[in-house]
Design a protein around this ligand. Sequence first.
Ligand code: SAM
Length: 262
Amino acid sequence: MNLTSGRITIDLEHGTVGYEGEGPEVTYPLSDPRAFEIVSGAWLRCGWDTKYVYTFSWFGRPIIQLPDDLVRMQEVVYRVKPDAIVETGIAHGGSLVFYASLLRAMGGGGRVIGVDVEIRAHNRSAIERHEFIESIELIEGSSIDPEIVDRVRRSVGSARRVLVVLDSNHTRDHVRAELEAYAPLVSVDSYVVACDGLMKDVAGAPRSKPEWREDNPYAAIGEFVKDHPEFVCEQPPWPFDESEGLRRNVTYWPSAWLRRVR
Ligand SMILES: C[S@@+](CC[C@H](N)C(=O)[O-])C[C@H]1O[C@@H](n2cnc3c(N)ncnc32)[C@H](O)[C@@H]1O
């Protein structure tokens, strides 16, 4: 859904949602999954404009993610049970701490390897003082620098189950290069996740750039899967679902999940 055009009408009295986009206006009852998708789209846009995702922390460190995405990620981590999680894009370290907390809770001794082109001194020092630092490795440098990729590869070493999260520079070319560099580390039935494809939907909103319509992680994924049949783009199944016909994540990561099939 494009989040910078169209008109949405929410009528709580009659329990309906109206949407007028390119075509004629449609109206759905609030109980219809399509109504939920439309309202969620408006909520995502409103959250984008108000910087909702910049209000959370995990075990003391700021984490710049939509909580829905974190719960979905937790479902996958619990199922895949990675020995190593690689994440590009550390920022304040909240997401590294999030992964470390899950791996520790599962008791398997898994490790999180984080890469950032610039780990600011106050962030580095807070992460290095964190209770979970023993599970975390920090690597500073560009995620597509061959030397950095090699360091990550060596650090992953012989880990059998590996999950990769790409959350650094979100341009198409950068994400494409990250996919080529890090997807080979992913184990069968695990995932590489290219975050923040929502960029394409909010292009035109405040804090966006017009070129985001084409220049985004979603485009990189499309290119990558064409060349890599060993990966399929699919939303991980929900382990629990008693909803009234809902199917799609409410997410900043549309079409972000690439599962390794062989
Ligand atoms: C969206 S933030 C990461 C948020 C973090 N994963 C979280 O959930 O809180 C993006 C980070 O990517 C880093 N970054 C930008 N370009 C990069 C590159 N070429 N290589 C590695 N990191 C990069 C930035 O320094 C920034 O800290």
